[in-house]
Every structure is written in structure tokens, then in C-alpha cells.
Design a protein around this ligand. Structure first.
Ligand code: HPA
Ligand code: ZN
Length: 333
């Protein structure tokens, strides 16, 4: 099997995917039209041409503008269904989906509307296609601690539908420490915890996410490689990093994929995984991330198998389910 055939054939889990970041321009136009919302582009080509980013913030400005056409439960359902169809194509058999309630509640959309639409599409994907999923509710770190507490309160009636809390949006200037108390409260309620850290922010933010927010997984985390003691800790405790190669390239976290440190971290024994982050904006879903990274770093077929096993190992599924997926991966030849 060629490397690309193996990538396509192996089952994999996706652990770093923002549902709002899967909003393809075609669907954005369709939903804008039916909701009577104006968007500042004439056609999908103009939208795609605007996706030229120089850092995280330049992306976030466009990403939040795009999400503003989502109003009704059906919109969130359609968005999530389209993503889950892509999962089926890419052999993503399990996905842990981020959603940003504050992006929508700030515009007057009810928390329940967002959650119900996403959840209905997830339930259907499980029934029809055997794709399992869970939801991770992210707090926007550029907003206040108070707003995060309000969001947590809104989530409590739906506690059984949300597995974990996360932290995303503008990283630099908004350290994990700002959300120490709200994460503590979320963990008291039984939510697991993850956080974006070490994407644009320094290794210190990764330490804070681990020590103050008590996360079990770091999103991105690529700047951890700048701190040797931190690397040791990640290896020793097998703390997963959900790495997003094409995102790192498009947001200029790396200048060239061939300079990406994923291979280095893999060789040092860090539990790294490959994910798409915001695939509608960054030019590719999971398999495309694997294909381009493998090409740039000359990854072997064994590396690809390890990365797919890591994706399940780092996920929130049971140990029995993990073992079953490892077996599937070993049996794919
Ligand atoms: N980083 C921070 N916030 C985000 C991202 C990201 O990569 N994608 C969507 N929101
Ligand atoms: Zn992200």
C-alpha cells in the first residue's frame, strides 16, 4: 500500500475540530440566503480569496464573521452533518467536536439551539454511519471570566451531552490562569478539561493549562518543544498534543511544513496526534493534513500507524474501544 492509500484506509479519531471552522463557503451562502443575512462577499470565490491569514487573530476575525449567519437549530444541524459526512469520507470513526457557545449566545441565539442542532447530527451519524462523537464546549479566552461562568451555568442543564470544557480564541494576552476558577468549577461538575496552549503563546501557557486548569490534553502545544523540561513532562505523563499541521502553516505558526516539529516530537515519544482545526479555512480535512505533513516530513508508514493509534489513545473513549481500534489499525494491511 502506498502511504496515501494507507492514510485513507486507516481508521482515525479527530480530537481538534471547531465545528464553526468546518463552515464551507457554499453552505455559508446557502444558509445566509435562507436566513436573509447579508455577507460581504459576492460569491464563494471571493470568500475563499479572503482566507489569506497572517496570524491567529486575522483568521479569528473572519471566522467569527462567518459564524454570524448561523441562527436556527437547522443551521447547526446542517453544519455538523456536513462535517460528519467528511468524517465518513476520511475514515474518521470517532470525533471530539469543539463548539463556541459564546459566539452564538452573544448574538441572541439560545445555547439550546446550538447544542440541539449539533447533537442531532451527531446522533444520526452514529446511527447511520457508525461514527461516534462527543462534544467539547470551549470558552472564548478573549472574553471575561464572568462570561465563561455564565456559559458554564447555561451548560449545566445539558451536562450529560457535553464531555469536556476547552479554551480557544486569541491566545497571547489571555493566559490560562485567567480561567482557573471556571475550570475548577467545571471539573467539580464532572467535565473533563482541555485547552489551547502553545500555539502562538509561550510554553508557560502550557504549564498553566496543566497546573492551573488541570487539563488532560493540550490543543496545539507545538511551542512546548522550546522547553526541554516541559517536553520531558509531556513524554513522562503521556499528555497528548492535538497538533494541526495545515492550521499551523496557514496561521504562520510555521513558515513551511517541512519545518514542522511534529516528527521531532513523535521521535521523542510525545503523544502527538494530527487534526484539522478549521478545515474550511485552512485547506484540508484530516486526511489532507496527514498527506501534506507526511510528504513534507517524509513520514514512514509506521509513523502513520502510530499517529492513528495515538488519535484513539488520546481520545475520551473507553480502554476497550481503544483496543478494538488498535486491532483494526494492525489488521489494515
Ligand atoms: N486557536 C484558537 N482559537 C481557535 C482556533 C485556533 O486554532 N480555531 C478556532 N478557534
Ligand atoms: Zn483550534
Amino acid at each position: 500500500m502506498t502511504r496515501n492509500e494507507l492514510i485513507a484506509a486507516l481508521p482515525k479519531a479527530e480530537l481538534h475540530i471547531h465545528i464553526e471552522g468546518t463552515f464551507e463557503p457554499e453552505l455559508m451562502f446557502e444558509i445566509a440566503r435562507r436566513n436573509g443575512v447579508k455577507i460581504p462577499y459576492a460569491n464563494v470565490d471571493e470568500v475563499r480569496a479572503a482566507y489569506d491569514f497572517h496570524n491567529l487573530q486575522s483568521f479569528l476575525d473572519i471566522y467569527y464573521a462567518g459564524a454570524a449567519v448561523l441562527l436556527y437549530e437547522r443551521d447547526f444541524y446542517d453544519l455538523t452533518r456536513a462535517y460528519l459526512l467528511r468524517c465518513r469520507e476520511d475514515n474518521v470513526t470517532h470525533t471530539e467536536i469543539f463548539f463556541d457557545p459564546q459566539t452564538h449566545t452573544a448574538r441572541g441565539v439560545a445555547f439550546e439551539t446550538v447544542l440541539n442542532g449539533i447533537e442531532r447530527a451527531c446522533r444520526e451519524a452514529q446511527e447511520k454511519w457508525g461514527i461516534s462523537s462527543c462534544l467539547i464546549m470551549c470558552f472564548l479566552r478573549h472574553l471575561s471570566e464572568e462570561s465563561a461562568f455564565e456559559t458554564l451555568a447555561q451548560a449545566l442543564p445539558f451536562r450529560d451531552k457535553i464531555t469536556a470544557v476547552g479554551l480557544d480564541s486569541s491566545e497571547v494576552g489571555h493566559p490560562p490562569a485567567k480561567f482557573k476558577r471556571v475550570f475548577a468549577k467545571a471539573r467539580e461538575h464532572g467535565f473533563l478539561a482541555v485547552a489551547h496552549a502553545g500555539e502562538e503563546g509561550p510554553p508557560q501557557y502550557v504549564y498553566e493549562a496543566l497546573d492551573l486548569l488541570k487539563v488532560t490534553r493540550i490543543d496545539h502545544g507545538v511551542r512546548s518543544a522550546e522547553d526541554d523540561a516541559l517536553m520531558h513532562r509531556l513524554v513522562e505523563l503521556q499528555i497528548p498534543l492535538t497538533v494541526c499541521p495545515l492550521s499551523n502553516l496557514k496561521l504562520k505558526v510555521v513558515n513551511d511544513l517541512s519545518r514542522h516539529n511534529l516528527r521531532h516530537m513523535l521521535q521523542r515519544g510525545v503523544l502527538v496526534t494530527v487534526n484539522s482545526d478549521d478545515p474550511a479555512y485552512f485547506g484540508g480535512y484530516v486526511n489532507q493534513n496527514f498527506i501534506e505533513l507526511a510528504e513534507a516530513l517524509d513520514l514512514s508508514n509506521d509513523d502513520i500507524r502510530i499517529l492513528c493509534k495515538n488519535s484513539f489513545k488520546a481520545s475520551f473513549i473507553s480502554d476497550a474501544e481503544k483496543k478494538a481500534w488498535y486491532r483494526h489499525i494492525d489488521e489494515t494491511v
